[in-house]
Design a protein around this ligand. Structure first.
Ligand SMILES: [Fe+2]
Ligand SMILES: [Fe+2]
Length: 402
């Protein structure tokens, strides 16, 4: 497959092209954010002012160069033109980057499978449980290999994907958490399947209500709160769904203080699987971008959930969950005491305050650093602050994929 990236002289850039990268030191440019769509004449003029410079364009995200005019067969063969357009070679990836790329490929297939499950449920047809089981197997393998890579890929969703990717993400979180709690084999897969199917009852709630910005009125709230029961009714017809999926589907909105729904169960009368489901479900929901609200950064989500834990979540399971995700979860942009910006890759061996990070740049001048991996557990350096990647113009998925 050819890369969508092409290197072209700045003079050949046109409106509608998507600039992936400006060659040279991008920090010297007014376009220091790196990637952008050339939408107006001002942007084009500023780009052209770079003179002899070259840029990489991404032809998947914007216009390509116009193709050369077709010559009549009788015309003399043109002299070979100097190669003005170069394909960027695939950059060598780190082991982590490789796992992220594999996880992205699996995410896309898993999303399609979840979409098919929801479609069948909407049509009142039998669910394709074999496909569901094989997706659960693959996600489990990915979680076993590199949980941080798989979970970070599943956190990023756009609004159209939300319902399907949320199902896959909760499946992955359930299995990652289950491994930490000692589940294995079939019991682990049952948790994964339960995560994948937990919100299947949302097919019975109007989209306008599910995606409504702002507060729901009492009628809409009642409608949303029916999805566990609707899901349970759907799954009851599927022998292969099994009792764990039925239970998690019906009880993932119960709270330990008895204030949840639909049955207002409290404490240990909520099964362990459903208590796990409640934590994974809330974490994924609040870290995802929704049509009406930007998702919280994982670190912020963990902090807020810790505030709610009494009454909402099972304390012991939540503590295991925090160890899994980390105080500084994968993909968090942090500032180090050495005044360098870095992105968290994985949780380290020791304290959750000292993860393994990848260095990005040195402050205050944003001087790019070799993308070195630093284990804070083994270093004198430490995290002093969480930073907003949007404010710094840093595209976290791209950093993780390197
Ligand atoms: Fe739900
Ligand atoms: Fe959910």
């Amino acid at each position: 497959m050819t890369s969508p990236l092409k290197k072209i002289p700045v003079a050949r850039v046109a409106r509608g092209m998507y600039v992936h990268k400006i060659c040279g030191n991008w920090l010297d440019h007014p376009f220091w954010r790196g990637s952008f769509l050339v939408e107006d004449e001002t942007t084009l003029a500023t780009l052209r002012a770079l003179g002899n410079q070259e840029v990489w364009i991404d032809t998947d995200k914007g216009l390509d160069l116009p193709s050369s005019p077709i010559r009549a067969p009788s015309a003399p063969a043109p002299a070979p033109a100097p190669a003005a357009v170069e394909q960027e070679p695939e950059p060598p990836r780190t082991v982590f980057g490789n796992d992220v790329a594999r996880a992205e490929e699996l995410r896309d297939r898993a999303k399609a499978a979840a979409k098919a499950l929801f479609h069948d449920a909407r049509m009142g047809r039998a669910l394709q449980m074999e496909t569901a089981a094989s997706i659960v197997d693959e996600v489990d393998e990915a979680i076993a290999r590199n949980p941080a890579a798989m979970l970070s890929v599943l956190r990023l969703k756009n609004k159209d994907d939300y319902t399907y990717l949320h199902s896959v993400a909760v499946a992955a979180l359930m299995m990652a958490l289950g491994r930490r709690l000692g589940y294995e084999g079939v019991a682990l897969k049952e948790l994964g399947l339960a995560g994948l199917l937990h919100d299947i009852g949302k097919v019975g709630v109007p989209d306008a209500v599910l995606n409504k910005p702002g507060k729901l009125n009492p009628l809409e709230l009642t409608s949303v709160r029916q999805h566990p029961q609707i899901g349970w009714d759907i799954l009851r017809r599927e022998v292969a769904a099994g009792p764990v999926a039925l239970d998690v589907c019906l009880h993932h909105h119960e709270k330990t203080d008895g204030s949840g729904y639909p049955e207002k169960l409290a404490g240990n009368s909520i099964s362990r699987a459903a208590r796990m489901g409640a934590i994974c479900d809330v974490y994924d929901a609040i870290t995802s971008d929704r049509p009406y609200k930007r998702g919280w950064e994982p670190a912020e989500a963990i902090r807020r959930m810790a505030e709610w834990q009494d009454g909402h979540f099972d304390r012991d399971i939540f503590h295991t969950f925090v160890k899994l995700i980390g105080i500084y979860p994968t993909g968090t942009l942090v500032r180090l005491a050495s005044d360098r910006l870095a992105v968290v890759l994985v949780q380290g061996e020791g304290s959750s305050l000292k993860p393994v990070v990848r260095l990005i740049c040195a402050l205050p001048d944003r001087e790019p650093l070799e993308p070195e991996t630093l284990d804070l557990h083994e270093s004198d350096d430490r995290i002093v602050e969480i930073e907003d990647p949007v404010a710094w113009g840093i595209h976290i998925p791209r950093v993780l994929r390197e």
